[in-house]
Design a protein around this ligand. Structure first.
Ligand SMILES: Nc1ncnc2c1ncn2[C@@H]1O[C@H](COP(=O)(O)OP(=O)(O)OP(=O)(O)O)[C@@H](O)[C@H]1O
Ligand SMILES: [Mg+2]
Length: 260
């Protein structure tokens, strides 16, 4: 039997006071996809990710993860569901008072899924997974470069061995080389761990390199949901502006789209 969609959003409406952010938003993400979510600043991308993990709730509509309503079931069932996704927040969000190993192990302790020794082993494995050295485990966040912070945050998002990874601006603030190597890392992990990924990004190179589909959030809903190639060809003014540099470069978009 075919697996249910990893994410199903139906009729999502969100507002903060008089600020209407989403209105009748629909979206489905299938297993193994890498979906890039783009949209103007303040269009509601981070809010949508927060809905997906139950940090906030829409006023109307349903959020289903792995075929089940997000908040259905008893506490035990919700804890099981919680283990199936990992999140890299927009602001990196490492705990500044905890060292690298404690940051990575935090979700394991929070959900009490492993003992002290197991946590040490798991943390070591996750550090290797994001290509950091064992001696980095004892560094404090203030001692890390921007690229290292992203890797530690990614290792923490992978701590619970999730099936779904949500990344909010994973390459923001990285120089082009670091950004490219972080993208390679994400792609390699996605293939190796069979992850489904939703990422929010403003970065065209990241989007081009990773996306199986692109969702465009504008006018409070998803106005386009298509392959990179079809998205770039779209007529919506936000899409036109976003991809202007690509179109101006005269890049061979069709070819790049095929490589994704
Ligand atoms: N907790 C909150 N209380 C009130 N308003 C909020 C809250 N969270 C978000 N908003 C508002 O919702 C809108 C969408 O915010 P959100 O952070 O989702 O945007 P975004 O698309 O992620 O933007 P950016 O690209 O700048 O990160 C904004 O107008 C923001 O001010
Ligand atoms: Mg945001």
């Amino acid at each position: 039997m075919r697996a249910p969609p990893v994410i199903e959003l139906h009729g999502i409406a969100t507002r903060f006071g008089s600020n209407i952010v989403h209105e009748g938003l629909e979206m489905r993400v299938e297993q193994g996809e890498i979906v890039s979510l783009i949209g103007g600043s303040g269009s509601g991308k981070t809010t949508l990710l927060r809905h997906l993990i139950g940090l906030t709730r829409p006023h109307r509509g349903t959020v289903k993860l792995f075929g089940e309503p997000l908040l259905s079931g008893d506490m035990a069932e919700q804890r099981v569901r919680r283990r199936r996704f990992g999140v890299l927040f927009q602001q990196g969000a490492l705990f500044s008072a905890l060292n690298v190993a404690e940051n990575i192990g935090f979700p394991l302790r929070e959900l009490r899924v492993a003992s002290g020794v197991e946590i040490r082993d798991l943390v070591a494995r996750k550090l290797a997974m994001v290509e950091l050295a064992p001696e980095h485990a004892l560094l404090m966040p203030a001692e890390l470069s921007g690229g290292m912070i992203k890797r530690v945050a990614l290792a923490r998002a992978l701590a619970l061995e999730p099936e779904l990874l949500l990344l909010d601006e994973p390459t923001a603030g990285l120089d082009p080389d670091l950004s490219a190597s972080f993208v390679d890392l994400i792609r390699g992990l996605q293939r190796r761990l069979h992850l489904t990924i939703v990422l929010v990004t403003h970065d065209i190179d990241t989007l081009m390199a990773l996306s199986t589909r692109v969702a465009v959030l504008a006018e409070r809903r998803i106005v386009s949901y298509a392959s990179v190639q079809d998205t770039v060809a779209g007529a919506h003014p936000f899409v036109q502006r976003f991809f202007k540099s690509v179109l101006e470069r005269g890049a061979n978009v069709a070819k790049q789209g095929d490589q994704c």
